[in-house]
Design a protein around this ligand. Sequence first.
Ligand SMILES: C[S@@+](CC[C@H](N)C(=O)[O-])C[C@H]1O[C@@H](n2cnc3c(N)ncnc32)[C@H](O)[C@@H]1O
Length: 246
Amino acid sequence: MLLRSRKERLFKTYTANDANPLLVNFWVMLRDYPEELSKELWSSYQVHGSESEHLFAKSLEDLTSGNDVTRAAAFLIIDKCAAKGTHPPKMIRSSTRRHGITPFMIERLPLFSELLENVTLTCLDYRQLDIPRTAFVFADPPYEDVGVRIYDQKVDFQEFSEWVQQMDCSWMISLNDSDYTNSLFRNYDRIVEPVSYPSIIDPKSGCYKRRDATEIIITNYQQKTKNSFLTSFGWSLREARISKAS
Ligand SMILES: C[S@@+](CC[C@H](N)C(=O)[O-])C[C@H]1O[C@@H](n2cnc3c(N)ncnc32)[C@H](O)[C@@H]1O
């Protein structure tokens, strides 16, 4: 979302925030030290391959004992090789092309780095953010019930919805589609969009099975501009439907 909007030059200035220090360190290293980060990933790839047990074990170690660049490389490797939602991270093999670290991925990193130039990156709880009235806020909290399992963070959705609804700037949020999340934002139209994501591990193949679900996207600005805003952010809304405010 951030990178797409930077590419389209939709705004003058950008700030990205997340409470996970390892995630923020990754983005900071990608922004400020892309060559060092690529070098680190190349050297891991050349010695250990794209998704070996050795690579995974080394990355787990680097995550706690390495310097900032090494930790950023380890974070990416673990993200690409671990089963989502395992604490501590557990390695999973996969036949998909998005799995493990690949030369294609490493070569493309500097392109993302350019898009992060002049983006302010912060590592705060969302409640600590100071948001100007002129801002546009996009928030993408963990799905209900998976916050602790996947991100080690639990979000209180009642509190989150109150925080969102008191902001006096334009905002867009995406949430899992449930009776509870819909009820928290029942005063707004909700765009319901089909998504598919890797969720459970198939015991036979040891690979992820994809799961079909729906997400809701809510904005506090006019429906008329909603689609064009979403489209300019790269959202494809072909199959989406609208749940009207009640
Ligand atoms: C669905 S992910 C969004 C990831 C992000 N859009 C990205 O592409 O990297 C949800 C994120 O919310 C973060 N998070 C959870 N609780 C938070 C909190 N209280 N304040 C700020 N971020 C939080 C998690 O660390 C996680 O990275």
